[in-house]
Design a protein around this ligand. Structure first.
Ligand code: AHR
Length: 501
C-alpha cells in the first residue's frame, strides 16, 4: 500500500487569534476523589501543612493548567459555600444530592485558593443558582473579594486570609437546562436570574467576567433555543456563554469516535451563530464568547450503569482510565479549541484529578499521569502565542456519523520567540501518514523536533503498576530541506512538532 501523504502550509503574518491564557483551564469539583485523596489528603506522606498533596501539586504544575473552575459542576447547585470556611471542626457534614454522597466540607474556598496559589492558576468560581440565588452569590463575593470592614470580608480575615482573593471569573450556576440538575430551570427563568445576579455582582465589581450557562451538550433537545432565550435575557450583563461536551464511542463506530472534534466544531459554530444572532437583534457590537468550561473524553455509559453505595465519603466515581486512543481523540479536541480561539476564549478540561482526570492518585500511595496528560501538557507549554491560519490537504477516512473526515487534524501556533509549534493528530486508526509542513514563509527554520504519542494497542493505558506504558516519545522520522519539513505520523497518533528559528 502506498504511503498516504498530507500537507500543511502557513504564514506567520496570517493569524486567527492570540491564544487566550484561559484556554488551558481545568476543573476541580467536589465529586468522588477529585478533592478528597486527589488534591487534598492531609495524612499523605507528601502533604503540606494545608493538606495538599505535594506529589499532585508537582504533576499539576507539569500539566500546566492556567485556570481552575470550582466547586462544580452539578455539586455547586446544592452547595452552601459558607459550610466550607472557618474552623474545620465546626464545618457541617451534608448530603450531596448531586452525586449521592456525604460532603465533609473539610476542603472549601480557603483551601481552594491555597491550591490555586500553590500551582499558580487563576480561580474560576461557580455560584449556586440551583437551591440558592442572588443574595448568596453576593455574600460569597463579599467574603471572597471585598478587602475589609464588612461582616463577610472580616469573617474571611478572621479565617486567616487577610488579603481578598480577587476572583475575576465567575460561572452563574451550572447546566441549568439539565433534568439532572438540582433546581433545573427553563431558559426564560434562568436567563432572568442570570441577568439579575450578574447585574448585582457588577455593583460590587463592574470588571468581573461572567459566564452564563449554555446547553449541557449539543445533544440537548433545547440546544440553540436555550442559548437564544438565555442571551436574550442577559446578553448585556454577561461576557461568556458556556459549552460542555464529553465524547465516548457509546454504541457507535470507532472511526466516528476518532472524529469527535467534528461534533465539537459544529457545537462551537452553533453557539456562536446563536449568540451573534441575539447580538444582531440587540444592535450591539458586543460579542459574547464561549467558555468551553467542561470538555473531555468520558465513558459516561460506564458511569450510568455502575452502582454506588449511597452517602459514603469520597467514593471512586467517574475514574475513567484513559487509553492511547482516548488521548488521540482528546488531543484532537484540544486542537479544535485552539483553532477556534477567536471565539472560544476560556475552556476547562473536566476534570483535574481522578474524576475523568489526566492525573490519578491512590490514597496514601502514588500519583501518576494518564495518557491524556501528555497532549494537554504539551499544548499548554508550547501552544502559546498566536494561532496561525493553516491550509491543509489530507486523505480522509470513513465514519458512520460524519461521512468522510480528513485523517489529519492540525493547528499551528507561533510563539513570541519566532518558533512555531504544529499540533497534529492522525485520526486514521490503521494507516500512517507522511506529513509535509511547508514552513517556507518563516524567516528561518532551525532545529525541528517532534514528539509522538501512539501505541500499537489502542487500548493501552497507564496503570498504578505500569505508570509509563503510554508516553510521548521523540519521533525520529523528522527531515528538513529548504524550509520543508517531513515527518511520519503513525496511525492513531498525537504529535507535537516544534520548529525553532
Ligand atoms: O464533570 C462531571 C459532570 O458533568 C459535572 O458535574 C456536570 O456539570 C457535567 O454534567
Amino acid at each position: 500500500m502506498a504511503q498516504r501523504q498530507a500537507r500543511i502550509a502557513f504564514d506567520p503574518r496570517f493569524t486567527v487569534a492570540d491564544v487566550p491564557d484561559r484556554l488551558f483551564g481545568s476543573f476541580v469539583e467536589h465529586l468522588g476523589r477529585c478533592v478528597y485523596t486527589g488534591i487534598y489528603e492531609p495524612g499523605h506522606p507528601t502533604a503540606d501543612a494545608a493538606g495538599l498533596r505535594g506529589d499532585v501539586l508537582e504533576l499539576v504544575r507539569e500539566l500546566g493548567p492556567t485556570m481552575i473552575r470550582y466547586p462544580g459542576g452539578n455539586f455547586v447547585s446544592g452547595y452552601r459555600w459558607e459550610d466550607g470556611v472557618g474552623p474545620k471542626q465546626d464545618r457541617p457534614r451534608r448530603l450531596d444530592l448531586a452525586w449521592g454522597v456525604t460532603e465533609t466540607n473539610q476542603f472549601g474556598l480557603g483551601e481552594f485558593m491555597k491550591f490555586c496559589r500553590a500551582v499558580g492558576v487563576e480561580p474560576n468560581m461557580a455560584v449556586n443558582l440551583g437551591t440558592r440565588g442572588l443574595q448568596e452569590a453576593l455574600d460569597l463575593m463579599e467574603y471572597a473579594n471585598h478587602p475589609s470592614g464588612t461582616a463577610l470580608s472580616d469573617l474571611r480575615r478572621s479565617h486567616g486570609d487577610e488579603e481578598p482573593y480577587g476572583i475575576k471569573l465567575w460561572c452563574l450556576g451550572n447546566e441549568m437546562d439539565g433534568p439532572w440538575q438540582i433546581g433545573q430551570m427553563t431558559a426564560t427563568e434562568y436567563g432572568r436570574i442570570a441577568d439579575q445576579t450578574a447585574r448585582a455582582m457588577r455593583m460590587i465589581d463592574p470588571s468581573l467576567d461572567l459566564v452564563a450557562c449554555g446547553s449541557s451538550s449539543r445533544g440537548m433537545p433545547t440546544f440553540g433555543s436555550w442559548e437564544a432565550e438565555v442571551l436574550a435575557n442577559c446578553y448585556k450583563s454577561v461576557d461568556f456563554i458556556s459549552a460542555h461536551a464529553y465524547y465516548h464511542p457509546g454504541d457507535g463506530d470507532i472511526p466516528s469516535f476518532m472524529a469527535s472534534a467534528q461534533d465539537m466544531e459544529l457545537f462551537i459554530d452553533g453557539v456562536i451563530a446563536t449568540a451573534d444572532a441575539v447580538g444582531a437583534e440587540l444592535k450591539t457590537d458586543k460579542k459574547i464568547n464561549i467558555s468551553f468550561d467542561e470538555w473531555n473524553v468520558w465513558y459516561q455509559q460506564d458511569w450510568e450503569k455502575s452502582e454506588h453505595a449511597k452517602w459514603v465519603e469520597a467514593p471512586r466515581q467517574l475514574e475513567d482510565r484513559y487509553s492511547a486512543m482516548d488521548a488521540v481523540v482528546f488531543g484532537s479536541l484540544l486542537i479544535t479549541l485552539l483553532r477556534r480561539a477567536d471565539r472560544v476564549t476560556a475552556a476547562c478540561l473536566a476534570q483535574l484529578v481522578n474524576i475523568i482526570g489526566p492525573i490519578m492518585t491512590e490514597p496514601g500511595g502514588p500519583a501518576w499521569r494518564q495518557t491524556t496528560f501528555y497532549p494537554f501538557a504539551e499544548a499548554s507549554r508550547h501552544g502559546r502565542g498566536k494561532v496561525l491560519r493553516v491550509s491543509a490537504d489530507s486523505p480522509g477516512f470513513d465514519t458512520d456519523k460524519y461521512g468522510e473526515v480528513s485523517a489529519l487534524h492540525s493547528v499551528a501556533v507561533a510563539g513570541e520567540d519566532g518558533s512555531v509549534t504544529v499540533f497534529a493528530v492522525n485520526r486514521d486508526l490503521d494507516r500512517p501518514l507522511t506529513l509535509t509542513v511547508d514552513a517556507g514563509a518563516l524567516e528561518s527554520v532551525g532545529s525541528v523536533t517532534c514528539s509522538t504519542l501512539t501505541d500499537e494497542d489502542p487500548d493501552a493505558r497507564n496503570t498504578i503498576d505500569d505508570q509509563n506504558r503510554v508516553v510521548s516519545v521523540e519521533n525520529k522520522t523528522v527531515t528538513t530541506e529548504d524550509g520543508t519539513i517531513s515527518v511520519e505520523l503513525p496511525a492513531m497518533s498525537w504529535n507535537t512538532i516544534r520548529i525553532r528559528p
